[in-house]
Design a protein around this ligand. Structure first.
Ligand SMILES: O=C(O)c1ccccc1NCC(=O)[C@H](O)[C@H](O)COP(=O)(O)O
Length: 207
């Protein structure tokens, strides 16, 4: 299973989190987020896949960030269309489309994105677009029968292991961790992440 830690920006903290067993690290390029990375992060991890997180950014802006932040993935949290996702294909980065899930209709809306995305990320609806710290009703995912693998996101924290161990879905590919492991916006508790990730990867979902 993939573990993504999102909302990083401090060089020393990035180095600490690089050692926790996480697979992907997310950097937020949205200036209304308390985790906004202005410019280029002082340190970019060498051993983790780098994910740039955008909210309704333009294609040229994202292309610039792909080069500057040496991104492996682009994660789109706004109202980006399937066509926009398709336009990112020639850049060579993998595309993650985030969806806020509130109703079964929200799940159905993912279908037209299938040809243009490598992963989906299912998150809690909130006016800030992400980082709410709140969980959504995972039962909604019984309505998801698509072929694109997804990361489970929204409000995961050190107490979430039991709920995760009870969750099953054939397309479940990983988890996304953010505000539930923070000491301050953008600063993660590396020790807590390390313990959690170790337990998560040790259990039966490490396939
Ligand atoms: O985290 C943010 O501040 C944020 C702001 C705007 C768009 C996306 C954002 N985060 C993207 C993520 O992938 C988060 O990890 C995801 O929303 C879950 O966050 P949390 O509920 O805090 O675990």
């Amino acid at each position: 299973m993939i573990v993504k830690v999102c909302g990083m920006r401090d060089a020393e903290n990035i180095r600490q989190v690089e050692q926790t067993g996480a697979d992907w690290m997310g950097f937020i390029d949205y200036d209304r987020s308390p985790r906004y990375v202005k410019g280029v992060p002082e340190y970019l991890p060498a051993s983790l896949q780098k994910v740039g997180v955008f909210v309704n950014a333009s294609l040229p802006h994202i292309q610039e960030r792909i080069a500057d932040w040496r991104l492996d993935f682009v994660q789109l949290h706004g109202k980006e269309s399937p066509d926009f996702c398709q336009q990112l294909r020639p850049t060579g980065v993998k595309v993650i489309k985030a969806f806020s899930l509130h109703t079964p209709e929200d799940v159905q809306a993912t279908e037209e994105y299938v040809p243009y995305c490598d992963y989906f990320l299912f998150d809690t609806p909130c006016k800030e677009y992400g980082g709410s710290g709140k969980t959504f009703d995972w039962e909604l995912l019984t309505h998801y029968q698509g072929s694109v693998p997804f990361l489970l996101s929204g409000g995961l924290n050190p107490t979430s292991l039991e709920a995760l161990s009870a969750f099953h879905h054939p397309q479940w590919a990983g988890i996304d961790l953010n505000s539930g492991f923070e000491q301050a916006p953008g600063i993660k508790d590396a020790a807590s992440l390390s313990t959690f990730i170790h337990s998560f990867k040790q259990n039966k979902y490490n396939f």
